[in-house]
Design a protein. Sequence first.
Length: 277
Amino acid sequence: MSLRITHLGSGSKGNATLLESDRAIVLIDQGFSGRSLERRLARMDLHPTDVDAILVTHHHGDHGGGALQSQRRWGIPVYANARTAEELGLLPELWRPFVGLEALNISDDLAALPVPVPHSGSDNVAFVVSHAGRRAAFITDLGSWTEELVRHVRGCEHISIESNYDARLLEEGPYPRSLKERIGGPGGHLSNDQTGRFLAEVVDASTKSITLTHLSEKNNRPHLAESTVLYHLDDLFQGDIRISLQDGPDFSVYLAPDVHHDGAQNEGMLRVGREDS
């Protein structure tokens, strides 16, 4: 029994993460058009009608912009807090409300805990997902963190977290000063350095894999994100670190570290085939 985790794509143009257990298929966020979601799921031999539920972190378009269409077109229930549901105009009959720090039982083998995180102009949450006694965290769009978040994420086997920008590239880049300050502020996004420092607080021997997400195309580079995070982790982390980019899916992670599936390695990694490969 394992939980398969696949980022269908991550970045400012859209985000969605696929979770597959024995009894549920769930998306965390749906920030893609219907056609894009269909194309990405097809690489996983799935269709949106196979999805049992969508969990939305917050209402910004790159995370929740496709939620209403998914309700209307495919009848998918959407879990969201009250502000997110209102901002997205979700259909009441397919809205599953939640409040922070109250567990959601998605199926009899999958639960999710929404943990509030600071992000300007939204009521954003991270999700800590539980499956068969194992936990995975999904954290995006935050400019700082709380002790509460540290407490709930510490010891997760898998952590997906944004590593949005390199501080030097942001400072020297083309954005206006007001936007730079918003991105770098406490309600903005995590820099590579911040992500590394946060992970150094929560990673322990239980942590087997990390995926860095939501990298800025203009203000970051994959090698900068990875090297900065690894600098902070030093000897704390001996597992796998991968990067999810905009044009996914590229790989899957298994929550159970000893799973073998279609060539996956001991650490529970599987590269997703692509039509153009």
